[in-house]
Design a protein around this ligand. Structure first.
Ligand code: SF4
Length: 323
């Protein structure tokens, strides 16, 4: 979607990820492509099981691809991952900070150890360095010597963010980073991420099932359904005029959005098993606009206007129906 003369921070091209399970082969990502530019925030949304967390791990270099390509600042992940571990300057913030934080370490070590190992600071500079990052994420100075269990959920997420920022990443991937928090705490963490992004011109990918969170944070949004991006648009355009029927059903769940409820039927049925996804357009069994070809022919992601890509055979007729 985004076009820029400089190299994107992240470029994902036609990425496929397949997992062998006892029950069969799961294609978790099916030809996903996008770019994230310097300082840009991309939201990735969809129901659980749509592949968005797999995508987050792929982008972070944690999982290998089955096919397709990944580039960080124009360099292939293959060569980056074979070099020292700070070559890929990407960090993740997870939903549950405790799952990625050693509960027996104090914050000074949780946040400060990686930058020492990466050679960003000397061991003697560690306390002062961590202190400055804690200040940046809104934690009090005495947090330095506390353990994870001594913090509230929101404060623990701030520790998780501090740990990610400490190694000075170029791209921060937040995977459901506020999903486990109370609504008021969610807002504080979202505001914190917005501040950090503005101050550091940090690129971000924000994975969420919650569109309202993504709406505040992101320049562009990619909507995923069963391993495929079905709509990718500038945030304002997506919320003003959702074009893919699945995007529309997701937005209908949000408060204060004026849509066209009579033209669009409510979403039907459950999300199908990724072990046996429907042929053609994966969404066709649930789509009120499905035509014969939808059940057999896979729609491609195509440009509908300068700010939007849509994967739907009938996007033009749907657009004129609801206009
Ligand atoms: Fe619905 Fe067909 Fe478009 Fe898929 S391709 S979203 S089934 S109209």
């Amino acid at each position: 979607m985004s076009e820029s003369t400089s190299k994107p921070v992240l470029s994902i091209q036609d990425l496929v990820v397949e997992f062998k399970t006892e029950a069969g082969l799961i294609r978790a990502l099916d030809g996903v492509s996008f770019e994230v530019q310097e300082g840009e925030a991309l939201g990735i949304v969809g129901e659980s099981g749509c592949g968005k967390s797999t995508l987050a791990r792929m982008a972070a270099g944690i999982l290998p691809e089955s096919s397709g390509q990944r580039f960080f600042r124009g360099e292939d992940y293959g060569s980056l991952l074979s070099r020292p571990f700070d070559a890929l300057r990407i960090q993740m913030v997870f939903q549950d900070p405790l799952s990625s934080i050693n509960p027996r370490l104090r914050v000074v070590d949780i946040v400060g150890e990686a930058p020492v190992v990466h050679g960003l600071i000397s061991r003697s500079e560690k306390r002062e360095y961590v202190q400055s990052i804690l200040e940046e994420v809104g934690l009090p100075p005495d947090a330095l010597d506390r353990y994870p269990h001594q913090f509230s959920g929101g404060q623990r997420q701030r520790v998780g963010i501090a740990r990610a920022l400490a190694v000075q990443p170029d791209l921060l991937i937040c995977d459901e980073a506020v999903a486990a928090l109370d609504v008021s705490v969610q807002a504080q963490i979202v505001n914190l991420l917005m501040d950090i992004r503005a101050k550091q011109n940090l690129s971000m990918i924000f994975i969420s099932h919650d569109l309202s969170v993504v709406r505040h944070l992101c320049d562009e949004v990619a909507v995923m359904y069963l391993g495929r991006v079905v709509e990718h648009a500038e945030t304002a355009a997506l919320f003003k005029e959702p074009m893919h029927p699945y995007t529309h059903t997701l937005l209908e769940g949000m408060p204060r959005i004026s849509l066209h409820p009579r033209e669009f039927m409510p979403i039907r049925g459950e999300i199908p098993s990724p072990l046996n996804p429907p042929g053609g357009c994966h969404f066709h069994p649930r789509c009120a606009f499905a035509t014969d070809e939808c059940g057999t022919l896979k729609p491609e992601l195509r440009e509908m206007d300068p700010v939007r890509l849509v994967r739907c055979h009938n996007a033009e007729s749907i657009r004129s129906t609801v206009a």
